[in-house]
Structures are given as structure tokens and as C-alpha cells.
Write a protein that binds this ligand. Sequence first.
Ligand SMILES: Nc1ncnc2c1ncn2[C@@H]1O[C@H](COP(=O)(O)OP(=O)(O)OP(=O)(O)O)[C@@H](O)[C@H]1O
Ligand SMILES: [Mg+2]
Length: 284
Amino acid sequence: MTTQQPVLVRVTTRREQPAVSEATIPPEEVALETRKLSVYYGNFKAIHEVSVSIRRNHITALIGPSGCGKSTLLRSFNRMNDLIPGARVEGEALFHGANLYDKHVDPVSVRRRIGMVFQKPNPFPKTIYENVAFGLRLDGKRRSKAEMDEIVERALRGAALWDEVKDKLNKLGTALSGGQQQRLCIARAIAIEPEIILMDEPCSALDPVATLKIEELMLELKKNYTIIIVTHNMQQASRVSDYTAMMLMRPDRAGEVIEFDRTEVIFTNPKDKRTEDYISGRFG
Ligand SMILES: Nc1ncnc2c1ncn2[C@@H]1O[C@H](COP(=O)(O)OP(=O)(O)OP(=O)(O)O)[C@@H](O)[C@H]1O
Ligand SMILES: [Mg+2]
């Protein structure tokens, strides 16, 4: 999906440089940009004024110690936090020039365009075919069986799962291995052709072989999608991502991005000593 859709309302805001971004991303290549984005759970501030730019058709990793707000920040990129009672967002998340948090924006359409894959593979208790077709059945468009078959096959091929499941599309998705289930969830996410895919520790429940498969898949997917991944695995971040946002908790326990740069810079020449300490395993 590359064309703009009417669901998002244009807003005019002054362009200002992200506070922590040292990496210059050409403005026309920015897929998503936050400006002083803060997230609260009730009175608790979980995220403090994050300003980052996400580059289209690249992979951005969010890293940092447990509890620093990685999942919270990731969920704020597609209004998934709306589903948590008491969660509230301040600041802006700009997508095609519109603030996702503008009151006219429909969160359901946001989530169609910015999809999500979770830590634990969560296929529905339905057939492999129906898992992939699920999102397509919700958009109200009529499609012939042949069209559906084609989209399902394309999504499964895109998720590098087709060859393993093509003879058992009517078997339960939940009966697949963990790694296959995660690729099925990726197929489900890409079937509706989002622009951005958010992944929250997508490999943490997988063995090293399945993990490598997902990593290879991500490198393939970035040709067509923008990917943001939360990972605790430093090798994974350095292997797959192009940009890295290093997050830490402030003394008031709100998480912030302390450094954002190209991944090779973060891993070889970070500007902040705390980033160096974290990636070299000295804390966290
Ligand atoms: N639903 C919620 N309600 C209230 N507080 C929450 C909720 N989810 C997260 N928090 C709090 O927000 C902060 C950030 O949590 P978050 O899950 O985003 O961290 P994280 O970096 O993803 O951690 P981990 O690496 O352990 O997954 C933590 O202090 C957490 O306790
Ligand atoms: Mg998390």
C-alpha cells in the first residue's frame, strides 16, 4: 500500500529536528516520526519525550534494559496502547504528515497500515489458510475464491512459509512448529499489505535455527516494508537492523531514547558511554 488514504487527516506542524537523532534521514524517506512522544499508564509516565525518525524500507531496532519502555514505545507507533485501559499519549507520531493521535484518525485503519507481530506466536485456532485470510475478510471488500487463494499464497511465500505448508493449508495453524507459527503470523500481517511492521521480540520464543530464518526473512521483507523490531539480542540487532534506538530509564523511571543512530555507529562508536556499557553487557 503506497498511496495515501483519506483516513488520516493532514496537520501542519513546524518541522523541528528530532532531539536525539544524529542520523540524518532524508525527509522523503521518513516513514514515521515521533515528536516529543510521551506515554503514561494512569499517573505513571512510562515514556519521556521520544523524538525519532524511522526510515522507510529499513529496519530500526529498539534496544535497552527490561522495563525501559521498548514495548510501550512500539505500541505507540500504531495506537496499540489505546487498547490498554488508562494508557495515554502526549506529543505526536507523524505518518504521511498526519498525527496518528489526531482525534479524527481511526485507530483501526492505523493498525491496518502499521501491522504488528508479537513475542509469542499467536495464530488463531483456525486453518493455516484462514489465519492468513483473516484480515482480508474484515475489510468489507468482496473477493473471489481465486483472488483470496492468490493473496494467501503470496503472503505465505512472502513469509517464507509456502513450501512448508502448501499441502496442508486446511490444517490448524496452531499445529505448526513455533518458528512456522511466527512466520504464519508474519504472513497474516503482510496479507493486508501494511506499510510498516512492528515486531516485539519476534524470536525470543524460537530456537536459533528458527531465529535465523526470521532474520533472513526480515532482510527480505524490508525491500517492501519498513520494519521496527524490539530485541534483547544484541547480535540480532547488529545483524539485521540499519538503525538503532538505545533506550534507558530515567531516574523518574520514564524511558527515553538516549541515542539514535545507524546501527554500525551504535555498535562500534556510540556517543553515549551508557550505550557502550549496555551493548557490551556491562549492565541491563
Ligand atoms: N499495561 C500496563 N499498565 C501499567 N504499566 C505498564 C503497562 N505495561 C507496561 N507498564 C510499565 O511501563 C514501563 C515500560 O514497560 P514496557 O513493557 O514497555 O518495557 P520493556 O522495555 O518492553 O520491557 P521488557 O524488555 O521487559 O519487555 C514499565 O515500568 C512497566 O511496568
Ligand atoms: Mg517488552
